[in-house]
Design a protein around this ligand. Structure first.
Ligand code: SF4
Length: 317
């Protein structure tokens, strides 16, 4: 799947006038089968909006999304339904993403039947197999349970099973472990890794936690204020961060040995308005220069396969 220069914009009403904000502003990347791209950033950085745009819950204002060579940016109707068989999303809150009035079996019946055309015992065998794949054993017992009868981890596994029911090739996992107990997070991350390896699934793993981003991701992309500010292999980004915002994220990671030279910075929500000029991180950046407030920095390659959007790159600092 590839995204080129994706822009998403929403209207906001301010004192009787309508203005537009861009929660995603010119994001590009591509992802191959069997690879995991971790998308990291704080709340409001545009991570979830990008995920929803890729599975076409949202339509981008401009830019291009291609899946297996096909342009899916503006598809509708049956083409969109067919596309959603290939790309699925796992949401943050497993309780909210399951219908409390339906059993696990009822959640899986429709997508499996539609995808495979199976009926009767074949259909039940398929559902059992799906539940076993995500570690819900014995599947025959789990099938009959309602979401409130399951633990948080089990509910998230059901949500993953439902996402797998259409046999997708690409999954967006939107903070899939952030609402779970710490003790069961590792199990879900292990499951995602297993699915990547065994089924050659590609993942966009959305998180605000650099530790899990590194654990599961082949590459990490850091977003701030709707822009990609840094992108590199997981190891390179964690050990050789370039962008001041990535430095801040690393310093804020519990247990991180990384202690950069950054002083405390002021908290300020990024300006997402269309009229914004210059670097989106400028109001919080301790290294801000005159050019930062005037010119927006582009992503530049700072070392092989490592890109950062910061004017400091040009100064050699
Ligand atoms: Fe800071 Fe300027 Fe780099 Fe933006 S471009 S991160 S304001 S130094």
């Amino acid at each position: 799947i590839s995204a080129t220069n994706i822009v998403v914009r929403f209207p906001v009403n301010k004192q009787w006038t309508r203005t537009w904000i861009r929660p995603v502003n010119g994001v590009s990347f591509s992802l191959e089968r069997g690879k995991v791209l971790s998308l990291v950033g704080e709340s409001g950085s545009g991570k979830t909006t990008i995920g929803k745009t890729l599975v076409r819950i949202l339509t981008p204002y401009s830019g291009d999304i291609r899946f297996q060579g096909e342009n899916v940016t503006n598809i509708r109707g049956t083409r969109l339904i067919r596309y959603r068989d290939h790309v699925q999303m796992i949401f943050q809150d497993p309780f909210a993403s399951l219908n409390p009035m339906r059993t696990v079996e009822q959640h899986l019946l429709f997508p499996v039947r539609r995808k495979t055309g199976q009926r009767g015992s074949l259909l039940m065998d398929h559902i059992n197999h799906l539940l076993e794949t995500v570690g819900l054993i014995p599947a025959v017992d789990i099938r009959k349970k309602y979401p409130y009868e399951l633990s948080g981890g089990q509910r998230q596994r059901v949500a993953i099973a439902r996402a797998l029911a259409t046999q997708p090739e690409f999954l967006v996992a939107d903070e899939p472990v952030s609402m779970l107990d710490v003790s069961i997070r590792a199990g879900i991350l292990e499951l995602l890794k297993k699915l990547r390896d065994q089924q050659q699934l590609a993942f966009l793993y959305i998180t605000h936690d650099l530790a899990s981003a590194r654990y599961i991701g082949d590459q990490i992309m850091v977003m701030y204020g709707g822009k990609v500010v840094e992108k590199a292999s997981a190891k390179e980004l964690v050990f050789h961060p370039v962008h001041p915002y990535t430095h801040l994220l690393l310093e804020a990671t519990p247990g991180s040995a990384f202690k950069g030279p950054l002083p405390e910075t002021q908290m300020a929500a990024p300006d997402l308005s269309e009229q914004r000029r210059g670097c989106v991180f400028a109001p919080r950046c301790p290294y801000v220069m005159g050019t930062c407030r005037e010119e927006e920095p582009n992503l530049q390659e700072v070392s092989p396969q490592h890109w950062a959007a910061c004017h400091l790159v040009n100064t050699g600092a």
